[in-house]
Design a protein around this ligand. Structure first.
Ligand code: ZN
Length: 166
């Protein structure tokens, strides 16, 4: 596919995901969302993009946290070596709930991590050589940002500043 067609598709994907958010939440879309598990569950079930992708995370568990954030992170997805990192658990801190739109964008990014764990790519990379923690973190974030860009047209810059600060 040529560059021009890709660009058009990216624009379409972006409009599509934000449009889904507007369709479901209407005038509430850019207002604060209740910071609880019900909000997460309803959002995951009502936005078509998220509903489709959730299966690909192996139905990752979604939960809200009382913490405002952890460092700059508004959400985190965990998986553990006990099952070769295939089962993911996404935690959304209160800052994620600043608006329904922000939460939806964060959820799409976290689903990127969930898919990454579930499909075994994370495990293979981890076992594939002597990687530093920093390399692992960068690679993991690039994957999730690319996922959110490909599936929702969310802004993505493949540079260190962005990956550390966004
Ligand atoms: Zn991330």
């Amino acid at each position: 596919m040529n560059h021009y067609v890709h660009k058009i598709e990216d624009m379409y994907a972006k409009r599509k995901f934000d449009k889904e958010i507007d369709n479901v939440y209407g005038s509430k879309a850019d207002t604060a969302a209740p910071a609880n598990n019900t909000t997460l569950e309803e959002m995951k079930n009502s936005l078509p993009t998220l509903k489709n992708l959730h299966a690909k995370t192996g139905y990752a568990k979604l939960e809200s946290s009382e913490l405002y954030s952890v460092g700059a992170a508004e959400a985190k997805t965990f998986a553990y070596d006990t099952d070769n990192y295939t089962k993911a658990n996404s935690v959304f801190y209160r800052s994620s709930f600043s608006s329904y739109r922000n939460l939806a964008h964060n959820m799409l990014h976290e689903f990127g991590h969930g898919v990454h764990y579930f499909n075994g790519d994370y495990y293979r990379y981890l076992k594939g050589g002597n990687r530093t923690d920093k390399q692992l973190q960068n690679w993991k974030e690039q994957y999730a940002f690319k996922f959110a860009f490909d599936n929702g047209g969310l802004p993505y810059q493949n540079n260190a500043w962005y990956l550390i600060n966004k």
